[in-house]
Design a protein around this ligand. Structure first.
Ligand code: SAM
Ligand code: SF4
Length: 362
């Protein structure tokens, strides 16, 4: 199994909370960037076996919906995804049209992930988003008309002045819009962003934010979305196959500035800096071997949890009686389920995942 991540480091403008690697570039994605991606794809293709033929492709950003459909087609022609591959493109609601969505579909995209964030226009403006809730609703409707059945909506929780009304209105927008997958993230104030320099007024405290997260988990379960990862919920069969590769320690190749890769248990990344990437000057940085600790961290994100038998078989890690006693204590406190082999955090346990990892990682 191989996942291919394509980073598009361009946005129309920068949202106030965002530290993903992208620069404001109102003019769309230059053709030279597609040339640079194809150059890197060729570098990783095997001269004997030809193109990569990934099982999943994920266009992430930045704003991949600034790509013209013809640019998506060029990239997919070079990557040659395997038959039946999941091909996802992240889209900002205000950037799509019925024609661009039809073009993405014809180019081979079969899953769209829209950054909806919230159904309240005042909150969208305070986040520096360039769209309204009505534009998000319209984009989802256009996507369905273009034939997309696999639709994801991204939501941010615990925004300034957040309320249960805002949460419920946002989830209603996504379910009415036909989303089969919903990602819910607690707003994180990142250094180096506008919010990092000047935190907005009215942020919920940690306890209130945790309550919004648990309320989202309950609402989504009632609406038929099964939680399968800390922040991800899907109707049965619509889990993100690409992201599951990350959380299951499978191989993935990330192309573009700031993209991370892990192939044959070796992690490496491309440095930030679009100019160097365009010029072909960016040398990949070795990030070391993928270890049993990575496996523990990644698997504990999943509701399916971590198998101690697999941890021993694949990574040679065996937990002693202190750690097993800690797992039983987590279960007794309702923070995890533990049957002696599989340790799976509950939603309450996921909220304290860092503290749990502090005890489980040496
Ligand atoms: C790669 S980002 C953005 C993709 C796309 N350009 C967009 O704006 O929708 C994917 C998602 O991460 C979430 N996100 C980004 N920064 C965040 C932050 N500081 N706190 C919480 N969620 C964040 C947002 O929900 C966003 O849609
Ligand atoms: S949230 Fe999306 S649109 Fe906003 S700056 Fe980040 S990547 Fe760009």
């Amino acid at each position: 199994m191989l996942g291919l991540y394509i980073h598009i480091p361009y946005c129309a403008s920068k949202c106030y909370y965002c530290d993903f690697y992208s620069a404001a570039a109102p003019g769309g994605v230059p053709e030279a960037y597609i040339d640079a991606l194809l150059r890197e794809l060729a570098r990783f293709s095997n001269c004997d076996t030809g193109p990569l033929r990934p099982d999943t492709v994920y266009f992430g950003g930045g704003t991949p919906s600034l790509l013209a459909p013809a640019q998506v087609r060029r990239i997919l022609a070079a990557a040659a995804p395997a038959p039946g591959a999941e091909v996802t493109l992240e889209a900002n609601p205000e950037t799509v049209t019925p024609a661009s969505l039809a073009g993405y579909r014809a180019a081979g995209v079969n899953r769209l992930s829209f950054g909806v964030q919230t159904a309240f226009d005042g909150s969208l403006a305070r986040l520096g988003r360039r769209h309204t809730a009505a534009q998000a609703r319209r984009a989802l409707a256009w996507a369905r008309q273009a034939g997309f059945e696999n639709l994801c909506g991204d939501v941010m929780l615990a925004l300034p002045g957040y309320s249960t009304d805002e949460l419920e209105a946002t989830l209603a927008l996504l379910t009415d819009g036909g989303c089969t997958h919903i990602s819910c993230y607690l707003l994180k104030i990142e250094p180096g962003t506008v919010f990092g320099a000047r935190p907005p007024a009215g942020l919920p405290d940690d306890d209130a934010a945790a309550d919004f997260y648990l309320a989202a988990v309950d609402c989504l379960a009632a609406l038929g979305y099964r939680q399968y990862e800390i922040s991800n919920f899907a109707r049965p069969g619509f889990e993100s196959r690409h992201n599951l590769l990350y959380w299951d320690c499978r191989d993935y190749l990330g192309l573009g500035p700031a993209a991370a890769s892990c192939l044959n248990r070796r992690r490496f990344s491309c440095p930030r800096g679009t100019a160097a990437f365009l010029a072909g000057d960016a040398a990949y940085t070795d990030e070391g071997a993928c270890t049993g600790q990575d496996y523990i961290m990644l698997r504990l994100r999943l509701t399916a949890g971590l198998s101690l038998a697999r941890l021993q078989r694949d990574w040679g890690v065996v937990w002693g009686k202190d750690k097993l006693a800690f797992c039983r204590r987590l279960a007794a406190e309702g923070l995890a389920a533990f049957d002696g082999d599989t340790l799976a955090l509950t939603p309450r346990g996921m909220l304290v995942q860092n503290a749990v990892l502090g005890q489980l990682l040496d």
